[in-house]
Design a protein around this ligand. Structure first.
Ligand SMILES: Cc1cc2nc3c(=O)[nH]c(=O)nc-3n(C[C@H](O)[C@H](O)[C@H](O)COP(=O)(O)OP(=O)(O)OC[C@H]3O[C@@H](n4cnc5c(N)ncnc54)[C@H](O)[C@@H]3O)c2cc1C
Length: 593
């Protein structure tokens, strides 16, 4: 069975030595002293390793089953869900007035990484509920908040998001689910949604579906889409549960991974729904949920990569194959462990430098979300809006690649099910697809986010990197050579790509869109390069201050050097591809394929 160790030490390093959270003026951050965050992370780590991780393989092998309209989750899930609720893990960053603990989002993110790494399928039930609750919090009336939030924050009721229909995935303007206004102000919702995660299951008393539908007689296309709250059981005025609403599960999907999460076909048959937010502004309201969900999915890329990596390291140290070409490292044994071989090292360093860089990127992104929400900082809001597709697209593409690399370390043993490595690749794969497939994330980045507010946010990003380089250069030659110079070069590539889009995109938009995937990836690399430059800076500072834990900080610096030398230069290839434009990409007629 695979192992999982909670990376609390690394999280503490990022939170306190890199991001200096307790020194920040974001409301609520002064309480985030190292002892406090350490205690929360340690406890969360125990839940992840002792409760959720042992159920990961069970969830994968058993999956969910549908019987007479009821979806049964795998053995142990219901009990574990109860433990999550009792432990107060469901509403960490939710407001106290609805039963939450009002902690900053950054703490919720760190905890969520461990839960997702130990059991992604299980954690999705809670994650979707959190997203639905956030949408009600942001767009609901006071009455809606009071009716639904306390039970959703506690996860006595769970939540879902319903966008996808059989003929309509990315292009939501094609949606057919309709909403007919009723005299009492409610709506009758009719239509079919597919692929609905946690659409039906046996772990909650009620399920609150957030459903996109078109109000009859409203505008055509995406402008006619509104968002509705559709409870599985109607909620009486006194808060008790009433009759069953007209929503039912039609089927559950057989799928490649996340078997422990029920992916449902949901049928709405004149189900009673209540408008959430304004008429025809459903996408705006749903985006609250989707942006949060995209951060959560970015986290899944990181979490599956880390869990897989941890196992690959164990295996590489244990499995004896071949000899070190520079001299035997295990002369008394029949062979040396895999970890002596440079190609295995390369793979492990790819994985290690990705997961640690990605962790810093996600936690830094979470501080931007806190800054936007808790301090009302519009610049932080603009920056995280720009970077959300980068976080989602880059971290899940790369995260999946890393699970494949981890699997590869096992050779054939990674491919058979016995060692549990294929589950990481199978589970990680979906993160590249849902919450907007990664091609669409790249489109969003290049087609919308780059030019948002006159390009102000991307300029702010470049300025941030430039200032970091300026402020930190010239103090330590080794640091300048290994970190500052590569970061400057990569950022220059990114700027050149943005400039190319500006110049060529107006002539032919295909030039920009043909390079969108490359741009998203080069942006991701620059972000991780910046994170590594910050982590290395903190590590040099700790070493200079005479830390006793030299191994931790030296390891950080070496890992960062690897990223800057071996991964970050990918920006140059991405730029070359981008600057070749759309001509070779679009050169063939569709009939020639
Ligand atoms: C396990 C699982 C769980 C899911 N959970 C949910 C859920 O809880 N709620 C929910 O509503 N949905 C859910 N989904 C649906 C998921 O979000 C969609 O599958 C996804 O949005 C893509 O839609 P599609 O499958 O129809 O693909 P399509 O929209 O048909 O796209 C196919 C491909 O074309 C690309 N593409 C499409 N348009 C463009 C364009 N303009 N430019 C460039 N490329 C483009 C896409 O990137 C994609 O690679 C889930 C799906 C799965 C498999």
């Amino acid at each position: 069975m695979p192992v999982y160790n909670a990376p609390t030490k690394d999280m503490q390093f990022v939170l306190h030595e890199v991001l200096n959270v307790s020194g920040s003026d974001i409301p609520g951050y002064s309480e985030l002293e190292p002892d406090f965050t350490g205690a929360v992370l340690e406890e969360a780590g125990k839940v992840a390793t002792n409760v959720l991780h042992p159920l990961n393989t069970i969830g994968d092998t058993e999956g969910c089953r549908l019987e007479n309209g009821v979806v049964y989750t795998p053995t142990g899930f219901k009990d574990a869900f109860g433990q999550m609720k009792e432990g107060g893990w469901t509403g960490l960053d939710m407001p106290e007035e609805f039963g939450g603990q009002n902690m900053p989002y950054v703490i919720g993110s760190a905890v969520a990484e461990m839960f997702s790494a130990s059991n992604q399928a299980f954690t999705m039930y809670q994650g979707l509920t959190h997203g639905a609750a956030s949408a009600i919090l942001a767009h609901g009336t006071q009455e809606q908040k009071e009716t639904y939030l306390p039970n959703m924050v506690s996860c006595d009721w769970t939540g879902t998001m319903n966008l996808t229909e059989p003929h309509c995935g990315t292009d939501l303007g094609l949606m057919r689910t309709k909403a007919e206004p009723q005299a009492d102000g409610s709506y009758k919702i009719s239509g079919q949604k597919i692929f609905i995660s946690a659409g039906e299951h046996d772990m909650a008393d009620n399920i609150i579906h957030l459903v996109l539908a078109k109000i009859v007689g409203g505008p055509e296309g995406i402008k006619g889409v509104s968002l509705f709250i559709v409870p599985k059981f109607m909620v009486n005025e006194d808060g008790s549960l009433g009759e069953r609403n007209g929503v039912s599960v039609g089927n559950i999907e057989e799928k490649m991974g996340i078997h422990g999460n029920s992916t449902c076909v949901m049928n709405y048959d004149e189900a009673t729904g209540y408008l959430l937010g304004e008429e025809h502004k459903g996408m705006r309201a749903m985006f609250t949920m989707m942006n949060e969900a995209r951060m959560g999915v970015a986290m899944q890329g990181l979490s599956q990569a880390d869990a897989a990596y941890q196992n690959a390291v164990e295996y590489a140290k244990d499995r004896l194959q071949g000899r070190d070409v520079t001299g035997a490292k295990n002369p008394d044994g029949p062979a040396d462990p895999l970890i002596v071989h440079p190609d295995i090292r390369r793979s492990l360093m790819d994985q290690k430098s990705f997961t640690e860089g990605a962790r810093a990127f996600v936690l830094w992104g979470a501080t931007m979300i806190d800054k936007a929400h808790r301090s009302g900082d519009d610049d932080a809001d603009g920056l995280i809006s720009l970077l959300t597709p980068v976080l989602k697209g880059f971290l899940t593409d790369e995260g999946y690649d890393m699970t494949v690399k981890a699997q590869q370390v096992y050779g054939g043993h990674g491919y058979i099910e016995e060692w549990g490595m294929s589950q990481y690749t199978r589970d990680a794969r979906i993160a590249m697809i849902y919450e907007g497939a990664n091609g669409v994330q790249a489109l969003d980045l290049v087609g919308r986010k780059l030019a948002q507010d006159g390009g102000k946010h991307v300029m702010a990003f470049f300025e941030m990197v430039k200032n970091f380089c300026k402020e930190n250069a010239g103090q330590n030659e080794a640091y300048d050579t290994a970190f500052i110079e590569p970061l400057k070069a990569a950022s220059k590539d990114l700027q050149a790509a943005a400039m190319y889009f500006m110049q060529s995109g107006t002539k032919n938009p295909n030039h920009a869109l043909a390079g969108s995937n490359d741009f998203m990836h080069m942006f991701g690399h620059v972000c991780l390069g910046l994170m590594w430059a910050q982590m290395a800076k903190a590590s040099y500072a700790a070493l200079e201050a005479g830390t006793s834990d030299t191994e931790f900080y030296e390891t950080k610096i070496t890992t960062g050097q690897f990223y800057m030398a071996r991964r970050l230069p990918a920006t140059s290839l991405h730029l070359t591809r981008i600057q070749s434009g759309a001509d070779t990409v679009m050169g063939l007629d569709a009939a020639s394929f």
